[in-house]
Design a protein around this ligand. Structure first.
Ligand SMILES: NC(=O)c1ccc[n+]([C@@H]2O[C@H](COP(=O)([O-])OP(=O)(O)OC[C@H]3O[C@@H](n4cnc5c(N)ncnc54)[C@H](OP(=O)(O)O)[C@@H]3O)[C@@H](O)[C@H]2O)c1
Length: 355
């Protein structure tokens, strides 16, 4: 039963410490599964941990750990963070992720957004602000950055969510919706005839960004994929939308720039999209971009100071854009992209098998 207490639309009533901040900025939130009048209670089945956060947690497993031990380490870390903060808000990366679950209960004033009790939904707000209670970790999927759990989460009145559409498997929809901000914003930023560089091009958001960039630049534009390992480079090639596919370590700023210049007749990009999951790639993005061009930092591992001071340091007059996780209709935009790009969908289906 919900309490009759009127809640703040942004969930400030759940903040425990420090006082008066919004839930994202809070160190700790109240994760009690008794909802206020404007909240939604969700029975959680899977956490989709943000890629930068998941990678950081995995990197702190003991050296030489077996996959089983790494899974155990991830499970312990998730339980530890959630028990201390009431939310899966990685204190190192500051990022969260999102979740999949069934709607258990709507408060009387909660927006239903076309959903009913029992529907499977993916939340479109970050786990870094979502009150979460984990009762049990069932499975850790190292290849998908996902963790199956038993537990509950609370969505605030202002928190969008999407009902999983019948033509998508839940695991795939969850993965795609996690990065739904990227396709919507890349579509707004890229114009006809642009040269676009995508860093982290063979990952989830990278492949999606490549596909959108191809649609927007048209026949006179150019799409340059900069992937990393052999496997992700192969995925970027298989997608078949890029004029050039390279592999580079984006932490090597000048090396990455030189590779792009060499492959592109000495020219830099009009816009660079950063979809890398590790820190230290701000300068590769900036150095690959022409003066008065744009750099879109979708990566959660981006440092504002490294980007702003780094651009200043090399005299690069580029527009630095932060990837907002939310854009109007971003869920529909992301799912529709997969519906019309069969190659993209096939690759992502392979990357995210499961129910
Ligand atoms: N702004 C937002 O709202 C939002 C929402 C969700 C996620 N994100 C962020 O977006 C980024 C990408 O997320 P994702 O889900 O697409 O992750 P992903 O599927 O894991 O892709 C990350 C890519 O980064 C590449 N990479 C790793 N180290 C690299 C290096 N040193 N040099 C070049 N590339 C490297 C990986 O290539 P290999 O596999 O070959 O190493 C991988 O293809 C993450 O930082 C994530 O936190 C942002």
């Amino acid at each position: 039963m919900p309490t009759s207490k009127p809640g703040c639309p942004y969930g400030v009533h759940r903040v425990i410490e420090p006082e008066w901040v919004l839930p994202q900025a809070a160190w700790k939130v109240d994760n009690s599964p008794v909802i206020w009048d404007n909240e939604i209670l969700i029975d959680v089945s899977t956490l989709n941990i943000d890629a930068a956060s998941f990678k950081q947690i995995v990197s702190t497993a003991k050296p030489g750990a077996t996959p089983g031990e790494v899974k155990e380490h991830v499970a312990e870390t998730v339980l530890d963070i959630v028990s201390r903060r009431g939310k899966m808000h990685n204190p190192v990366t500051g990022s969260g992720g999102m979740l999949l679950g069934r709607v258990k209960e709507f408060g009387p004033k909660a927006p239903r957004r076309g959903a009913k009790e029992g529907d499977f939904v993916a939340t479109l707000v970050s786990l870094s602000l979502t009150p979460l209670k984990v009762d049990k970790i069932k499975e850790v999927h190292l290849d998908k950055d996902q963790v199956d759990i038993e537990g509950t989460a609370v969505l605030f009145e202002s928190g969008p969510f999407a009902v999983i559409p019948p033509d998508f498997r839940k695991t795939l929809a969850l993965a795609v919706l996690d990065v739904a901000g990227a396709p919507a914003q890349v579509a707004r930023l890229v114009g006809k005839g642009d040269t676009v560089v995508v860093l982290g091009a063979g990952g989830k958001s990278g492949l999606i960004s490549l596909a959108v960039a191809r649609e927007k630049v048209g026949p006179d534009g150019k799409v340059i994929a900069v992937a990393h390992s052999e496997a992700s480079t192969e995925r970027a090639k298989r997608l078949g939308v890029s004029d050039i596919v390279l592999s580079a370590d984006a932490r090597d700023a000048t090396g990455t720039m030189m590779a792009v210049l060499k492959a592109n007749g000495g020219k830099k990009a009009d816009i660079t999209i950063n979809c890398v999951s590790v820190p230290g790639t701000e300068m590769a993005s900036i150095l690959c971009t022409r003066d008065r061009g744009k750099v879109y930092f979708f990566s959660m591992a981006t440092s504002f100071t490294a980007a702003a001071l780094g651009a200043e340091g090399v005299g690069a007059d580029v527009e630095l854009i932060i990837g907002n996780g939310y854009a109007e209709n971003h869920a529909e935009i992301a799912l529709d992209l997969l519906r019309r790009n069969k190659a993209l969908r096939a690759i992502l289906e392979e990357m995210f098998p499961g129910e």
